[in-house]
Design a protein around this ligand. Structure first.
Ligand code: B4P
Length: 198
């Protein structure tokens, strides 16, 4: 299986690039941000609790997102691979994901990080906020809070995968198509390696 974690700060382009990758590699897209927003739209208890945190730029508790991902992975027993978008966002989430995949006889193939500086992130999210209707994209202070959450809680997840020799970083600034083709080069090289080791 090809299981990719697409990593990066809020606004790095994870959702944008995931859409393109799932089309090219026929992967199942699992975005915790999208899953949480659908819980909010459905007005579930989980959604109402998550909304309070998300609207303040904070992360949702680990056990909530791990449970959501577990349910989704189980819904696709015949998948050829998954793209994890916006998950894991903490080291305990990464450990939970490793365990879940191990229990399903598979593992993470690689983590690819999109590198984008804070100024560019802020301007992208404020621009998206004009049309997305997302409360967490509406003001600069909240966006900075999300970036700060990323720097303290999420950035260490890169070291977790680097320790397993699975971490790659690409420049996330530039044309969307150029970034996509760099991502594809990494993934194609990985697929070749997987073939050789079979
Ligand atoms: P997410 O939905 O994951 O939101 P995001 O990080 O803002 O989105 P993303 O990074 O995918 O956006 P993209 O760059 O594609 O999370 C939202 C919230 O949910 C979190 O703050 C947290 O509260 C909660 N949450 C989610 N997962 C969680 C977890 N695992 N644990 C705990 N809490 C969790 O797009 C940004 C903009 O940039 C777009 O407008 C796009 O068009 C533009 N863009 C993309 N690429 C570009 C490029 N190359 N050049 C110019 N613009 C570009």
């Amino acid at each position: 299986m090809l299981n990719i974690v697409l990593f990066g700060p809020p606004g790095a382009g994870k959702g944008t690039q995931s859409q393109k990758l799932i089309d090219k590699y026929s992967l199942i897209h699992l975005s915790t941000g999208d899953l949480l927003r659908s819980e909010i739209a459905a007005g579930t208890t989980l959604g109402l609790e998550a909304k309070k945190l998300m609207d303040n730029g904070l992360l949702v508790p680990d056990e909530v997102v791990i449970g959501m991902i577990e349910n989704k992975v189980k819904e696709h027993p015949h998948a050829t691979g998954f793209i994890f978008d916006g998950f894991p966002r903490t080291v305990p989430q990464a450990q939970g994901l490793d365990k879940l995949l191990h229990d399903n006889n598979t593992e993470i193939s690689c983590m690819i990080a999109l590198r984008v500086d804070d100024e560019e992130l802020t301007s992208r999210l404020l621009l998206r906020g004009k049309t997305s209707g997302r409360p967490d994209d509406q003001n600069e202070e909240l966006i900075r809070k999300r970036v700060q959450e990323y720097n303290t809680k999420t950035a260490p997840v890169a070291d977790y995968y680097a320790g397993q020799g699975k971490f790659y970083a690409v420049d996330g600034i530039g044309e969307i198509e150029d970034i996509f083709s760099t991502l594809c080069q990494h993934i194609d090289a990985l697929k070749e390696k997987q073939k050789e080791s079979r």
